[in-house]
Design a protein around this ligand. Structure first.
Ligand code: DQA
Length: 146
């Protein structure tokens, strides 16, 4: 039987992590996210597709595609986490599990990051473990979909 595919979606500014606050993101680069996702997918027996966009409408289009194909999603919505009801509404339409991930712990940062409009409509959230947040999401996903 072929492996279940997981779609990993990454929101705005994650493509430029190496230029962002070192105190939150250390020396992580976007290609490190891609690598940990390939490693996590292999470890837990998934096929994986990894995408990043700075554009809300593009992310919503990918979520619609995942809903139509019943694909599980690991999602770092980045700053959209905190205010995008349009993305939240698209997540609600997913048919397979969705796990929210963050590299940093938004609850230990500025107050506007303490709200996630996404957390209430996903299976669970993993935050604050750096790159390992993604690996932990694959571990959690394997329990949810296998
Ligand atoms: C982030 C946390 C968000 O608050 C922030 O806007 C990001 C990255 C994280 O992975 O820690 O861009 O989602």
């Amino acid at each position: 039987m072929s492996a279940t595919k997981v779609l990993v979606l990454n929101g705005p500014n994650l493509s430029r992590l190496d230029l962002r606050e070192k105190s939150y993101y250390g020396d992580i680069s976007y290609s490190d996210i891609e690598t940990i996702c390939l490693v996590g997918a292999k470890e837990f027996g998934f096929e994986v597709e990894i995408k990043q966009s700075n554009d809300e409408s593009e992310l919503i289009g990918w979520l619609h595609g995942a809903a139509d194909s019943k694909t599980p999603v690991i999602f770092n919505p980045a700053a959209f986490t905190h205010y995008s009801y349009a993305i939240r509404d698209a997540v609600v339409m997913l048919k397979a599990p969705c796990i929210e991930v963050h590299l940093s712990n938004p609850l230990s940062r500025e107050e506007f990051r303490h709200t996630s409009v996404i957390s209430g409509v996903v299976q669970g959230s993993i935050a604050g473990f750096g790159l390992d947040s993604y690996r932990l999401a694959f571990a959690a996903m394997s329990k949810l979909v296998k």
